[in-house]
Design a protein around this ligand. Structure first.
Ligand SMILES: CC(=O)N[C@H]1[C@@H](OP(=O)(O)OP(=O)(O)OC[C@H]2O[C@@H](n3ccc(=O)[nH]c3=O)[C@H](O)[C@@H]2O)O[C@H](CO)[C@@H](O)[C@@H]1O
Ligand SMILES: C=C(OP(=O)(O)O)C(=O)O
Length: 424
């Protein structure tokens, strides 16, 4: 298992090029199943999760190739078996995104239930209820969702019980091929929903309201291929800006989009950072200063993203003053706390609330990554700590951060990947 070795204490300075968004690339790849002619996706990040979804499409008989520009070309016409098996789904929850498209386009699907993960139980009941509202017959048996339709899916009005990003995406994809109008209420408003809607529209879908809490989808009989570029990763962007915040440095993230990051950028300003933006870049300059503590609660977009919570906790750990963090989206997303405390942080958790009392300097220690964003919070803490930190189970970070050690090294981090393939 690979580990990361980081020697802390360097102020990070420079430019970092942001990759395509993991959380967009995954539903877009699943959405390619809906098209009757090939789709070409560009700006696809090179990540373990993307590889897993491509493997899943390949396992179903879909033809996936990478062209000379590193674009991913998908031809779903060769699909042979609409089955997403447990051994692939268990490594990546986003595999559930193939359910709606398979059902709508090919009439049936068998997708392993993804189950929970480190951050929470993460049920998919809303995905299933939404598809059932469109007329799908759904049975859950032996750990698999069996879904089929008789005739076309039928447009319907459906109100999500809670705001769910994946649920909105799955049902929106299915509704794009349903007969008649679907209205999805209490829909998620994340930028990745807008990206998926835009690709579906480029394929010929009729969708209005993406980015609001009501989606109106007029189903069409078929969708065609297109060329589509994955939107920039707002969480990767925020994570590299967090590296500036935690080290008192100055980082400019390029090839990104400042708009979806309002809530995060506001907190950097509250911390005492100087934030400047252009149409496709963001710079955070801490001017050598220690961040001031801030408090926040996670919320669906446009609120503060849960996917940035762990990284901000690392900043608060070395900030001046005390800050509180309330995690409202996932029930178990404080797994990084004991590891940060092992590095000297002073964080107390009571249910969904974490109280972080900033200290001047963390100290390097051997720590264990428990999930994707927790891994990044340990990396950030290590960058600010005195001495060496060895982070184990770094495979989590490879799910969501492309060439992380290379990008950080270019900003001046002393970071090295220790590969120990085959051994634990
Ligand atoms: C691949 C991807 O895009 N992942 C993101 C997506 O995950 P994901 O789409 O899984 O997250 P959801 O928005 O669906 O989950 C939000 C909350 O709703 C609950 N829920 C969800 C669906 C359901 O059927 N029933 C149910 O109870 C979940 O357990 C959670 O408590 O949005 C999350 C919230 O912004 C992000 O942290 C993830 O990075
Ligand atoms: C929780 C995340 O991803 P996933 O939904 O793929 O587990 C994340 O990106 O922070």
């Amino acid at each position: 298992m690979d580990k990361l070795l980081i020697l802390g204490g360097n102020r990070l300075e420079g430019e970092v090029r942001i990759s395509g968004a993991k959380n967009s690339a995954l539903p877009l790849l699943a959405g390619t199943l809906l098209a009757t002619t090939p789709i070409t996706l560009s700006n696809v990040p090179h990540l373990q999760d993307v590889t897993t979804l491509i493997q899943l499409l390949g396992r179903m008989g879909v033809t996936v190739s990478i062209n000379e520009k590193c674009d991913v070309e998908v031809n779903a016409n060769t699909l042979a078996s609409p089955i997403a098996p447990y051994e692939l789904v268990k490594t990546m929850r986003a595999s559930i995104f193939v359910l709606g498209p398979l059902l709508a386009r090919f009439g049936e699907a068998q997708v392993s239930l993804p189950g929970g993960c480190a951050i929470g139980s993460r049920p998919v009941d809303q995905h299933l209820k939404g598809l059932a509202a469109l007329g799908a017959e759904i049975v859950v048996e032996k750990g698999y969702v069996h879904a089929k339709r008789n005739g076309r899916l039928k447009g319907a009005r459906f109100v999500f019980d809670m705001v769910t990003v994946g649920g909105t995406e799955n049902v929106m994809m299915a509704a794009a091929l349903a007969e008649g109008r679907t209205v999805l209420e209490n829909a998620a408003r994340e930028p990745e929903i807008v990206d998926l809607a835009n690709m579906l529209i480029a394929m010929g879908a009729k969708i209005e309201g993406a980015g609001t809490d009501t989606l109106v989808i007029d189903g069409v009989e078929s969708l065609k291929g297109c060329h589509y570029s994955v939107c920039p990763d707002r969480i990767e962007t925020g994570s590299y800006l967090a590296a500036a915040a935690v080290t008192g440095g100055c980082v400019r993230a390029t090839h990104t989009d400042p708009k979806p990051l309002d809530a995060v950028l506001q907190k950097f300003v509250e911390m005492g950072g100087k934030v400047q933006t252009g149409s496709d870049w963001i710079e955070l300059d801490m001017q050598g200063r220690r961040p001031q503590s801030v408090s926040f609660r996670t919320a669906p977009h446009p609120g503060f993203p849960t996917d940035m919570q762990a990284q901000f906790m690392a900043i608060l750990a070395v900030a001046e003053g005390t800050g509180t963090i309330t995690e409202t989206i996932f029930e178990n997303r404080f797994m990084h706390v004991p590891e940060l405390n092992r590095m000297g942080a002073n964080i107390q958790v009571d249910g969904h609330l974490a109280v972080v009392r900033g200290i001047e300097r963390l100290s390097g220690a051997p720590v264990m990554a428990t999930d994707l964003r927790a891994s990044m919070s340990l990396v950030l803490a290590a960058l600010a700590a005195e001495g060496e930190t060895l982070i184990d189970r770094i495979y989590h970070i490879d799910r969501g951060y492309e060439r992380v050690e290379e990008k950080l090294a270019l900003l001046g981090a002393k970071i090295r990947r220790i590969s120990n393939r085959g051994a634990n």
